[in-house]
Design a protein around this ligand. Structure first.
Ligand SMILES: *[C@@H]1O[C@H](CO)[C@@H](O)[C@H](O)[C@H]1NC(C)=O
Ligand SMILES: *[C@@H]1O[C@H](CO)[C@@H](O)[C@H](O)[C@H]1NC(C)=O
Length: 477
């Protein structure tokens, strides 16, 4: 991550010049809920340019923030002459504000409720829309539906395909705001013009289970889900020994999630990350296209690595479906399709319980969660209650984290229709990482891979306000 020193130049432009030249921007999104604040962006001559269109006669604010708050954010207010954009490949919280009055002598007036934050991935690779307008579709409606690359499609209608599509929408209105109407959804384009490859999806990571345990009060707990060499080898050897090609990934965790990385290994050597988000935002989850397709071969293994923050929690966090429970998953879109839908793992629970001093449980196990027999302080407690009874200090939490990452895992390796590969249920050890991936250091200011190989970052902000347009230009000196 780089902080770019910026020099901001600005001046009034004729309205027609607002937004600069070079055709429409590939990305455009509404930031507020009243339809007043639009953000567009995309590369312009090797630079990343932004355009704001705001329906206001007063000032306009815009910024880049690691958290969505104003602290440590790089903020631009229309007319301001200094600022330092902060760009990263992970999720960025764009913050916005506007006011119906111009900036006065005493500076901009307080924006009151005309403010907000929205998560975006600004550096996602561009994908041109490859669909012709003649392709039929059915609406289920969303503004930015994901589209498959030109050579891959999702097969429909054969016996091996899904029989129905279910759109599940979860609503949350914590402030009980009234009058909200939702028109979001999916538009699915379909065609009889079959593409070269059928796409498949693999769920990789930690099997969703109470055995995924995260102690309370920790700023940075790490969990790992293994798509093991054994599972990938069996499935790929049987179905596609020449490998499969991953083109997009969705990373998934819940409210305690802070970062997720999908790591890829070949014979002990770590390859480039398949996907990552070091600033995960639960409320902003979407498939990210890989910059280039990556091949997974028999002999490879994957680790989905999640970081959690439980500082504000007093009790254990467990793997589970609720947003207050956790997950650590990645969804890989790939082709050609093979019969592998889940490639996951669960860490051994008995060794986790030994950490808090559990000696014996009641067997045979007849209750869920199962009950502890000894020692006395946990007698007749469920394993969940026992773990909550343990006094988790930061030191204990760290030691527990280290232990869990080293424990043997139970392999989950399943086909469609809940069928299993033979490796399912076996125990495997987490792989030794002999040669971790070393990314080329991203040198700020030197020729680098950021922003399409251009060392200069130019931020072009065209403020389109009622009655005039203001252009802000920031150029790295
Ligand atoms: C996957 O394998 C299972 C069991 O072998 C079989 O029933 C199912 O039809 C297969 N599905 C696909 C998509 O090949
Ligand atoms: C624990 O449970 C067992 C079996 O249900 C029961 O016999 C025993 O009295 C219980 N012990 C305590 C200390 O509650």
């Amino acid at each position: 991550m780089c902080r770019w020193p910026l020099l901001l130049l600005w001046g009034l432009l004729p309205r027609a010049a607002a937004g600069g030249s070079g055709g429409p921007f590939p990305h455009r999104t509404l930031l507020d809920s009243e339809g007043k604040y639009w953000l567009s962006w995309g590369p312009r001559g090797g630079r990343l340019a932004f355009r704001l269109e705001v329906r206001t006669a007063g000032y306009v604010g815009f910024g880049f923030s690691p958290t969505g708050a104003m602290a440590a954010a790089d903020i631009v207010v229309g007319g301001v002459a200094r600022g330092r954009p902060y760009l990263q490949e992970s999720t960025v919280r764009v913050i916005w504000a506007y006011h119906h009055e111009d900036v006065g002598e005493a500076g901009p007036k307080y924006h009151e409720s005309n403010r907000g934050t929205k998560s975006l991935r600004l550096l996602n690779p561009e994908k041109t829309n490859v669909l012709s307008t003649a392709v039929p579709y059915f609406d289920l409606v969303n503004q930015n539906g994901f589209s498959y690359p030109p050579h891959v499609g999702l097969s429909l209608g054969t016996p091996l395909d899904p029989h129905y599509v279910l759109l599940e929408v979860h609503y949350d209105n914590p402030t009980y705001k009234e009058g909200l109407i939702d028109n979001s959804g999916l538009r699915l384009f379909y065609t009889a013009d079959i593409r070269k490859y059928d796409a498949g999806v693999i769920e990789a990571g930690l099997w969703v289970s109470l055995f995924h345990t995260i102690p309370p009060g920790l700023p940075d707990f790490r969990s790992e889900g293994h798509c093991t060499l054994e599972c990938l080898e069996e499935a790929l050897e049987a179905e596609k020994p020449s490998g499969i090609h991953v083109f997009a990934v969705l990373l998934h965790a819940h409210l305690a999630g802070r970062g997720i990385r999908l790591r890829h290994f070949r014979k002990g050597e770590e390859m480039r990350l398949l996907a990552y988000d070091d600033d995960f935002d639960f409320n902003f989850q979407e498939f990210q296209y890989l910059k280039e397709e990556q091949t997974i071969l028999p002999g490879d293994n994957l680790i989905t690595e999640c970081r959690y923050n439980t500082k504000d929690r007093a009790r254990m966090t467990w793997g589970g479906l609720s947003t207050r429970n956790e997950m650590c998953l990645s969804y890989l879109l790939y082709y050609p399709r093979i019969n592998l839908t889940r490639c996951a793992s669960i860490p051994d629970i008995m060794e986790q319980l030994q950490f808090i001093g559990v000696k014996e449980i009641y067997r045979p196990v007849t209750t869920w969660p199962f009950i502890i027999k000894s020692p006395k302080q946990y007698k007749n407690l469920s394993f969940m209650d026992a773990m909550n009874k343990f006094k988790w200090t930061k030191k204990e939490g760290l030691a527990f984290n280290k232990l869990v990452l080293s424990l043997p895992v139970n392999v989950r390796c399943s086909k469609t229709d809940n069928a299993e590969w033979s490796i399912q249920g076996m125990t495997a050890l987490p792989p030794d990482i002999e040669r971790p991936y070393r990314a080329e250091p991203l040198v700020c200011g030197a020729s680098s891979t950021s922003l399409h190989g251009n060392a200069r970052l130019e931020l072009l902000l065209g403020f389109v306000a009622l009655g005039g347009a203001l252009s802000l230009r920031s150029v790295r000196p």
